[in-house]
Design a protein around this ligand. Sequence first.
Ligand SMILES: [Zn+2]
Length: 390
Amino acid sequence: MINKRSFKTDEDGLIDFTRKLIQTPSLSMQEENVANLVADKMREIGFDEVAIDPIHNVTGTLYGDDPQPELIFNGHMDHVPPGDMPEPYSGKIADGSKYGVKNRVIEGRGACDMKGALASMIYGAKALKNSGIRLKKTFVMTAVVREEMAKGEGILRLLEQGGLKGRMAVSGEATHLQTHLGHRGKLEFTLGVKGKTAHASNPSRGINAIYKMCDFIGDMREHYKLPSHPLLGDCTFTVIDIVSGPGRLGPITPDWCEVALDRRYLPEETAASVKRELEALIDGHKKVDPEFKATVELVKDFPPLYCSPGEPIVQIIQEARKTVLGDEGDVSTWKFGVDGTFIQRAGIPCAGFGPGDERFAHTPEDHVPIADLVASCEVYAEIIRKACCS
Ligand SMILES: [Zn+2]
């Protein structure tokens, strides 16, 4: 399906490097070994400057005539624990048919999230460099730590203390070779309900906090109207955990119950606006049940990402894809969140393009198709050319 091979990809090198990355475990906070591999590879390729910061973020720069950074590529080096994956660090080359993929794949934890993409971006830079095309503007490759901890610690350090700058950025998280413009944000709240203890043999003397919580959640499920976005999709909420007390030590009705509430949100909303909505729902429920007492507290906020389709980086990705694969492909969004959201919040528009299918991220079927690796590598080289060489 490849239309026009404008760059020569070192396919064997790309496959070997992807496998080596997978064979080097790099749980969050334990990225040092993989960071050294990435930095060594960048030096071997001939990046003008390669730096590792104190928490092991790696930055590689290819300078253009203008030393101000124009384009940033971003990926993360950490992966989630192997879980129930049988051979997480094998980096095995396997037949892809068991995953519905025509040709060969590379298997292992982090293959699609996102060591394949990291290798591909770095080899994209190599293909461009080897082509001899002169860079007029500067390209920066960032391979960051601690993404899976979902607080953006690695990328935020580069942006806030490392002075990372640029005019546009690409996140290499898995997009199945399509262009992604963002994702919903994620809020987590603790919702607490107060009751009154009583002997469990005589429950009507107490106020059972679990029952009060169930009634309220039932009310929310029926009446809480959530917004929707044409591309990012519907907002959702769901209860992800529940605890109550004093517990099972004695026969006693619980006087407190807490749930953790996951609420996905849109760029036009804020944590504060969603909290106000939840408070209004609590107030509304009090009108129906005067005994109802509840509090709500924000515990986590992973911001949404939405890169406008009018941003130059979106066009550049689509044109690069067309040059390599014959068409612009689809515009879509991720289900999960990516570090690109922090890049965009720092004022650098960030869109996504990457190999692999996000459905396999964090599953025992984690893999990346070799054809995707090669195709994305060529698209990355084209993106650098379009952004930095004209
Ligand atoms: Zn990821």
